[in-house]
Design a protein around this ligand. Structure first.
Ligand SMILES: Nc1ncnc2c1ncn2[C@@H]1O[C@H](COP(=O)(O)OP(=O)(O)O)[C@@H](O)[C@H]1O
Ligand SMILES: [Mg+2]
Length: 389
């Protein structure tokens, strides 16, 4: 019998599941690699907690069918935040079933992740200056230091609730732009520094927001851009940069997220358009790749084993690479959208290959090194890059 990999999902209104087409592709690759993939939610566990009424993809009929299955040895948690009720369900499931191996894990909020990463001397130079919002005075001081400032909810996603403040030349005011909590683009307005918190009254600045040095990312046409890198564990348990692609925000947006209307472009094309020489492009790419690996290793040492991270990176006009955010449950769509199907397929395959690696290690007789992957990694233990990508 093939080993099983359970994808942990959550029902959306109408018992809909997010990412079903990704799960279908996972199932197909699973079949090729000898792993039975099924999808389930905490609601599909029977009352005796012994079986799961899971969704299994049937390749022949090209449809999902329900089947009773046992608990899988490995769980790929793909649940993103969809309201407090769903969040509680997932947390309860993970707390109840601690004996299962989880391929992915929730990381901490943006502020905690920033604080943890700033401990690492390889990563710290790539972190934009960031503070937790405290007061109007503190914000005013921060605004004096940096010509562009981003205010972001520390637990936000998809560009929601993000505001950019840009110092206006020859004026004491700031250009305020951004998106509200529902991701709607806010009309650009001119605001004196002292009035910014009043304009954002009700946004929960003190409890929810970080304030960050803004990286100038405007392209010639005024749209902003950044990069999304996918870092994954491979079939040997080594961290690899699976790929990295550029994203360009829609007009009048200060965020580049694909779900907010951003478009994808290859990293090479983006960098070649912005930087003159091949050497500069090569060196930026190398710095970004090494940084991606360092970030994954550092977070793994803090939180325990996980299989992948989506890392938002920015490259400023001088070529310096900055970290904007780390996502623990990344989409791989950016590679499909750039047409880099080889990377896209590899990005789907890798979690299955890593699951197989964990299962093989479990089955192998115990040696001293056998359980290395089960404990937090030392930052240097898995430094490895994939030059082929
Ligand atoms: N410090 C910054 N400087 C410039 N652009 C930023 C900065 N922080 C965020 N952005 C823009 O906003 C987008 C969303 O920010 P991010 O921190 O990734 O939050 P989210 O979780 O909402 O994706 C980024 O992809 C980037 O386009
Ligand atoms: Mg992001």
């Amino acid at each position: 019998m093939n080993p099983q990999l359970g994808v942990l999902a959550i029902y959306m209104p109408g018992r809909k599941l997010e990412e079903l087409s990704f799960y279908r592709k996972l199932s197909m690759y699973g079949q090729k690699l000898g792993v039975d993939v099924f999808v389930f939610t905490p609601d599909d566990v029977d009352d005796n907690r012994t079986r799961i009424h899971a969704l299994v993809y049937n390749k022949a009929t090209r449809s999902w069918t329900r089947r009773w299955v046992g608990f899988p040895p490995i769980v790929y948690d793909r649940c993103r935040y969809h309201g407090a009720d769903n969040y509680r369900k997932i947390t309860r499931f993970r707390q109840k079933y601690t004996n299962l191996r989880y391929l992915s894990r929730p990381l901490a909020n943006k502020w905690t992740v920033h604080c943890l990463l700033s401990e690492n001397e390889n990563i710290a130079p790539h972190l934009p200056s960031t503070v937790h919002y405290k007061s109007r005075k503190q914000l005013e001081q921060f605004l004096k230091k940096y010509p562009i400032v981003y205010m972001k909810p520390k637990s936000g996603t998809g560009g929601r609730g993000i505001v950019r403040l840009q110092r206006l030349r020859g004026s004491s005011g700031y250009l305020m732009q951004g998106r509200d909590a529902n991701r709607r683009i806010l009309p650009a307005t001119k605001v004196p520094a002292a009035q910014i918190p009043t304009r954002l009254a009700g946004w929960g600045l003190q409890s929810k927001y970080i304030v960050q040095q803004g990286i100038p990312l405007e392209l010639k046409d005024g749209r902003v851009h950044d990069f999304r890198m996918l870092v994954q564990k491979d079939g040997k348990g080594m961290w690899q940069v699976t790929g990295c692609a550029g994203r360009i925000g829609p007009p009048f947006s200060v965020t580049s997220n694909l779900h907010g209307g951003g478009t994808a472009i290859s990293m090479e094309t983006m960098l070649k358009n912005r930087f003159r020489t091949e050497e500069t492009v090569k060196s930026i790419k190398e710095t970004a790749y090494t940084l991606g690996i360092h970030i994954a290793q550092h977070l793994e040492a803090k939180f325990g084993t996980f299989c992948e991270a989506g890392i938002d990176l920015a490259v400023d006009p001088s070529g310096h690479v900055w970290l904007l955010e780390v996502n623990p449950k990344p989409s791989r769509d950016v590679f499909r959208l750039t047409g880099d199907l080889q990377t896209y397929r590899r990005a789907i395959r890798r979690p299955i290959e890593f699951a197989l690696h964990l299962l093989e290690k479990k089955a192998a007789p115990k040696t001293d090194t056998n359980h290395l992957d089960l404990v937090p990694q030392s930052p240097q233990s898995e430094s490895h890059q994939d030059p082929s990508v």
